[in-house]
Design a protein around this ligand. Structure first.
Ligand SMILES: C[S@@+](CC[C@H](N)C(=O)[O-])C[C@H]1O[C@@H](n2cnc3c(N)ncnc32)[C@H](O)[C@@H]1O
Length: 218
């Protein structure tokens, strides 16, 4: 049986999906700034392969998946929310319809991807599950492959909380609220930090995000 928080989070995203789609053009514009540059230069171009194979976890409206595909990467996406899954398929993405924690990812994907992209994704999991999730991501990456992580920055560690959604204010979901260094310490156990930037999210009224690129630690 699935954890109840997964059902709550999935239902919150189903209800919030129209709001994400309405704002996706604004997010796409924001991505053309510092973060877009960062994605291209630091993440996609690092693997020395002709065509990077990227897995976008929690693809949402596919805004990052589209940027990555437009630069020539082969992008597979994953999401657990039906409206986003339908959208991804309509837009020609190979889409894994799965809840990431419990899903058995096809074994053929093991050590397949040159890069895994997690944009505002990891904070959807309870803090105790983060090492499990990171280890699972590592198993999907080729030796030397890259991980992109972007998460909102908080002033203090507050752990796992039921919060009102930023965008669809009527909906509640669960997320883990931590400072940047909390994330970095955990990710560093499995990956080697390559670059780290701070970014201002112009859509969510000036909230700060941190974005980093890590390489698989062999
Ligand atoms: C905050 S949105 C970010 C979307 C996109 N990455 C972006 O940056 O615009 C989080 C996405 O992750 C998906 N998601 C959350 N928890 C998930 C899980 N456990 N398994 C699969 N997808 C999940 C949601 O449906 C949603 O599309």
């Amino acid at each position: 049986m699935k954890d109840d928080w997964i059902t709550i989070n999935r239902n919150a995203y189903i209800k919030a999906a129209p709001f994400y789609f309405n704002r996706s053009h604004k997010y796409e514009l924001a991505d053309r700034g510092l973060l877009g540059h960062f994605l291209l230069e630091q993440f996609l171009l690092r693997p020395s392969v002709p065509v990077p194979t990227i897995l976008d976890l929690g693809c949402g409206t596919c805004r990052r998946a589209k940027i990555m595909r437009n630069t020539g990467a082969s992008v597979t996406v994953l999401d657990f929310c039906p409206p986003f899954i339908r959208y991804a398929k309509r837009n020609g993405f190979e889409c894994i319809d799965a809840e990431f924690k419990t899903a058995e990812i096809d074994l053929s994907y093991h050590h397949y991807f040159t890069g895994v992209h997690c944009g505002s994704f990891l904070h959807q999991f309870p803090p105790k599950d983060i090492p499990f999730i990171l280890n699972k991501i590592k198993q999907l990456l080729q030796p030397g492959g890259f991980l992109f992580v972007g998460e909102p920055i908080e002033k203090e560690n507050k752990g796992w909380q039921r919060v009102q959604k930023d965008i669809h204010s009527q909906e509640y979901h669960y997320k883990t609220i931590q400072i940047r260094d909390w994330w970095i310490r955990r990710i560093n156990r499995f990956f080697t930090l390559r670059s780290l930037i701070m970014d201002v999210d112009v859509i969510a009224e000036g909230k700060y995000w941190w974005n980093g690129v890590w390489q698989v630690r062999i």
